[in-house]
Design a binder for this molecule. Sequence first.
Ligand SMILES: Cc1ncc(COP(=O)(O)O)c(C=O)c1O
Length: 472
Amino acid sequence: MSTNEQDFAALDLAARLAAEYRRDIAAAETVPVAGYGEIHARFDGPVPEHGCDAPSLIAELDSGARDGLRGIVAPRFYAWVNGSSHIAGVAADWLTSAWGQNGAGIPMSPASAAVEAVAARWLLELLDLPAESSVGLVSGATVANFVALAAARGEMLHRQGWDVEADGLYGAPNLRVLIGADAHNTVFSGLRYLGLGEKRVITIATDSLGRMLPGDLERALKASSDPGIVIGQAGQINTGVSDPFAEIVPMTHAAGGWVHVDGAFGLWARASEKHRHLLDGIEQADSMAIDGHKWLQTPYDCGFTIVRHEAAHRRAMDMQASYLTRDNAEFRHPGAYVPELSRRARGFAAWAMMKRLGRSGIAQMVDDDVRIAQAMAQGMAAIPGVEVLNQPELNQFMVRFGADRGEADGDRLTQATVDRIQQDAVCFMGTALWRGRLVMRVSVCSIATTDEDGRITVDAVRNAWEAVQACC
Ligand SMILES: Cc1ncc(COP(=O)(O)O)c(C=O)c1O
């Protein structure tokens, strides 16, 4: 069945349904009504023998999935670290899909390559990072970390006369990976993919909030002459704090090493005059990972790898084939910095969000979210029996309930309160483990969240905690 006129109606229908969803979501419950099993049963069945028209299937998709959607774009959604898929980015993303562009290279889509190049430059300018850095647009920070670590591995071995891209790791000189004790799990995935081993790392001690201790790093660096890749972070997932880059970067460079920074959300603090001091010294780091689908509010599938050594980045990722012509050597080739060949033309949505918000809008959003997080943390700390584990310097903080009743009871009551908050559906929170204790982790990472949402959230948390105390 070919596309027919009737199929085009699916585009209008999808636009109408999407707008309806987004208009309703501010007032909607923040939890899905239907769970996995129910939704699965609705969609499951034999493979369709015959096709159907596009508008019918879009209507079926919407009616079948809608009540099982998590309210991630709702203003009082604080679980995990998720942006709000801003409508401007969504609209650009729709066009990207409708245009059917393959972002692999300039010949396949000159427009995609050109807009991506602009988005890459804008990103460096917004974050005030060295203009000579190369940028790869990937699916998210997990892949961004992996790509950067591939460049780091290649460069560190290259400096010792070893070509890991050609010869692999068999018989390669030794390489050390030094990493803070509170690093995000995804960097370990990167190490695993690269044959560096997720367990073969040297763990650097951290302070009570998760910042690397420079003295411990210095000792570890001096313990061996093997070159080291130091993995720091801008924005610890639970506390939001960043490593002391002004100390750890020069110290690593003096030891001949490479500093990679996982800055999935926290690197956006560089875009704010008020908060960029938290990342002083980061501009000297060798590579970074940052997400668009967190604090830039792009739709999902948007992360960036930033590498200060373009040749190392290209050596690790570039792939060429006779049919992929490179006539325009003076232009940036999008495929040279990422692991995929065929890929979503991610530059369009990234460009759209930077254009929609502008430098001042991005800074304002970061400042607003930090202010709201700080006010929420203060509000919750004032509730009897509630312990706020860190007053946030950025947008993340942790809360325990009934901690004065002992560790095990604190875990139980924290879980019960988060369950109750989810049931009440005024806001949505999740849990995490911090130093072996269960916490409610709060992430304010959405442009949709307002000061009033913050106040409503504190009341919702108070109500849930009172209900739990009354029954448990
Ligand atoms: C600090 C940090 N690093 C990496 C990631 C992984 O990012 P992504 O889910 O975009 O791959 C996250 C996700 O929350 C994160 O917070």
